[in-house]
Design a protein around this ligand. Structure first.
Ligand code: FES
Length: 154
């Protein structure tokens, strides 16, 4: 009798530990990795209206250069520091959040996780290679002031 109760309580304890681990895991996955505006690193999109800046005096200096900052993937597509010389999209893949990179040689934005591909206007070129389905990328408005490139998340 006592042994049975002990085993039951042990089972319950293990179940609680597993549940706690699952809840913790789910919670962290669901957290919005939105970096602060102007901050470094990639990640998902930020809140609508958030502005993300890049210093063109030291970043995106050459055509084909790209960087992820504040949830925005910035790509230089032409010379000069006009807004039209750049493209800004969400930095994480709509499929499952993989990091997006610019592939200059083939002029596509490609996901590092399942290799989906997109144009600079956000259209899908290739679906994920895991059999899943992605959606078009968000493309953000850009403005240049001095040497500051600003994307406004929408
Ligand atoms: S996460 Fe990008 S294709 Fe799957």
């Amino acid at each position: 009798m006592e042994r049975n109760e002990f085993i039951k309580s042990l089972g319950l304890g293990i179940a609680l530990v597993c549940t706690g681990s699952c809840m913790t895991g789910c919670g962290s996955k669901g957290d919005d990795p939105t970096p602060s505006p102007g901050g470094g690193g990639g990640g998902g999109g930020g809140s609508a209206g958030t502005k993300v800046n890049v210093d063109l005096g030291s970043q995106l200096l050459t055509v084909g250069a790209f960087l992820a900052s504040g949830g925005v993937l910035f790509i230089r597509t032409a010379t000069g520091n006009a807004a039209s010389s750049f493209v800004a999209t969400q930095a994480s893949c709509p499929h499952q959040g993989g990091a997006l990179n610019w592939v200059q040689a083939s002029n596509v934005i490609q996901c590092s996780l399942h290799s989906s591909k997109y144009t600079t206007t956000g259209s899908i070129v290739a679906q994920p290679n895991d059999g899943g389905t992605t959606s078009a990328l968000k493309v953000y408005a850009l403005a240049v002031s001095g040497t500051t490139l600003t994307a406004t998340i929408s």
